[in-house]
Design a protein around this ligand. Structure first.
Ligand SMILES: [Zn+2]
Length: 351
């Protein structure tokens, strides 16, 4: 084991290039002026300071050597039986503690941003719809209490939409797990405006305001409902619920207390908190459903355009009036669908 170093004689500042070798428990210093050997017991190594070179001093002698830090020096010192002091070793270890803490923090972040969504995706298909059904029913009851009114569309209008909706659902293997639990629920919510949403238990809520939106037609409304069915088929609501209230869902499963999960669900619906990927997945599902029915995915695109235009106008009006009403808090369709333009483009480009 040998390495290059600089030797200072302790009298002048001149440095002499030397070659250091560990030999039989002693240090052999070999330079242009010859070689000499120093017993390991007479050697004192300086403590490592950052990346500065370390010095080896020799007992009863003003001479010293300067050596660059690195594995070679560590090996040489080890061969000479030199050990770093406890402090130095602990300092080294502290560095590892910080590195480990950093790694743990990164793992936790990864678990939150990727692990949790992944886990939710894996678990979601195994959660029985019946369990989701009762949470959804309670969430709907809660929304009925403070936000929804009963739907007021004429019965024949409701029936026509129900028939169209039934045709979207029928024979769809991806919705088979829901059995006959997929129902169209009519409500009115002036504070929310035109919208529809799916509860993970299979209830698809359609607001009168969507049906009555100026310029809307049944084909486009059904395209929106197909998108909502996409959220059901892909179990987005369940996944979102698992993610946003993992602990609440856990306690619901174990302790039967589902109040936290119910609160989580109604909040989630009000904030329309599906991720961008989920919206795109539901769009893809709707596009496939529409194509299967011989219709164009562009129907959903134009529905989205009209929704966007309607809600933008409404938001402008609210802003102009400086209104600080409750409506602003609920389901701000514009802010919760920032990528609508991109979705519309994507749907129009679909074959
Ligand atoms: Zn959606």
């Amino acid at each position: 084991m040998s390495l290059d170093a600089h030797y200072f004689d302790g009298h002048s500042s001149r440095r002499h290039p030397v070659r250091l070798t560990a030999l039989d428990g002693a240090l052999r210093i070999e330079g242009e002026d010859g070689a000499h050997t120093i017993p390991a017991a007479d050697i004192r190594a300086s403590e490592p300071q950052g990346s500065a070179p370390r010095t080896l001093r020799f007992a009863g002698n003003r001479a010293f050597c300067e050596i660059a830090q690195g594995r070679e020096l560590d090996a040489l010192l080890a061969a000479l039986g030199q050990r770093d002091s406890i402090v130095v070793r602990l300092q080294g270890r502290w560095r590892w503690v910080f590195v480990s803490l950093g790694v743990v923090a990164m793992v936790l972040c990864a678990a939150y941003f990727w692990g949790l969504p992944w886990g939710a995706k894996v678990i979601a298909p195994h959660i029985p719809i019946t369990a989701m059904r009762s949470i959804s029913e309670q969430a709907l009851a809660q929304l009925d209490n403070f936000l929804f009114y009963p739907g007021r569309l004429p019965p024949d209008r409701q029936q026509k939409l129900r028939d169209g909706f039934r045709a979207l659902v029928v024979d769809d293997p991806e919705l088979a797990a829901y059995g006959d639990r997929i129902t169209l629920v009519f409500r009115s919510a002036p504070k929310i405006g035109p919208n529809a949403f799916a509860l993970p238990g299979g209830q698809v809520v359609i607001l009168d305001e969507l049906v009555q939106m100026p310029g809307s037609n049944d084909e486009e409304i059904l395209a929106v409902l197909a998108h909502e069915l996409g959220h059901l088929a892909c179990r987005h609501g369940i996944r979102q619920l698992i993610q946003s209230s993992a602990l609440a869902a856990f306690s619901a499963a174990w302790f039967g207390d589902i109040s936290a999960a119910v609160a989580g669900l109604s909040t989630m619906l009000l904030n329309s908190a599906y991720s961008r990927d989920m919206e795109r997945e539901a769009d893809g599902y709707a596009a496939a459903t529409l194509r299967r029915q011989g219709k164009s995915p562009a129907l959903l695109a134009s529905a989205l355009e009209k929704l966007e235009a309607f809600h933008s106008a409404k938001k402008r009006l609210r802003d102009e009036e400086g209104a600080n009403d409750e409506a602003g808090k609920f389901l701000d369709w514009i802010s919760s669908h920032p990528d609508t333009a991109e979705r519309i483009q994507h749907l129009r480009a679909a074959p």
